[in-house]
Design a binder for this molecule. Structure first.
Ligand code: PRP
Ligand code: ORO
Length: 199
């Protein structure tokens, strides 16, 4: 509720999608960008690393991620579930699930294991049954696009229909091109220019 005592309720700004996205960019810039020499999952070398786990597991920032990602995928029709390759995608998926529920949007979440489980039910995709269902594959940070393509292979094996790939931070190093060339729409919430990381 807005404070009545101010007497100028018109001037108390609501959060807008743009202001929420800017808050997220600020948190990522201050808490999740590390400079140095890094080896990436693809084996490539890099001079900075976006450790999105630092913010996707932070109670102040996870709700912002959920809201920004909901806005990013809002126009993709008939999507019933979101998720991706564990573990970077996992907190992003649950943020969407919870923020979506708060908005009345019914997205379930799923987790794709890096390898099928070698006991129990032997599943690689955990969560709801996805055969014949449209899903969005999530990524926290995307470099080559190899991880979402591996997640897609596992999802298609269980009959899911891929409606697109949505990433929080895109490093602009070929993931979009690779995903689109494979025939999937690619959505990115935040890029190098937003984070002041472009060359
Ligand atoms: O676009 P790509 O070249 O596939 O690289 C990006 C992937 O690398 C990171 O995961 P990582 O493999 O470090 O695993 P983790 O999420 O389990 O930490 C990140 O979370 C992405 O999933
Ligand atoms: O390519 C990667 O492995 C990678 C890059 C990055 O900036 N952040 C991350 O979590 N993974």
């Amino acid at each position: 509720m807005r404070p009545q005592a101010l007497g100028y309720s018109e001037s108390v700004p609501e959060d807008t999608p743009a202001s929420v996205r800017q808050k997220l960019i600020d948190y990522i810039s201050s808490d999740a960008v590390f400079h140095g020499d890094f080896t990436l999952t693809s084996g490539k070398k890099a001079t900075y690393y976006v450790d999105l786990r630092k913010v996707s597991l932070d109670h102040r920032v996870a709700p912002l991620i959920g809201q920004v990602m909901l806005d990013l995928i809002a126009e993709v029709p008939d999507v019933v579930a979101v998720g991706g390759m564990t573990m970077g995608a996992d907190p992003v998926a649950t943020a969407i699930l919870h923020q979506g529920a708060a908005r009345g949007a019914a997205y379930d979440a799923f987790v794709v294991r890096k390898e099928p489980k070698d006991h129990g039910r032997g599943r690689q995709v955990e969560g709801p049954e996805l055969a014949g269902k449209r899903v969005i594959v999530l990524e926290d940070t995307s470099t080559t696009g190899g991880s979402p393509l591996a997640a897609i292979a596992a999802l298609e094996k269980v009959g899911a229909i891929i409606a697109g790939v949505a990433v929080v931070v895109d490093r602009d190093t070929g993931a979009r091109e690779k995903i689109e060339a494979a025939g999937y729409p690619y959505f990115a919430a935040i890029g190098l220019d937003d984070l002041g990381l472009r060359g």
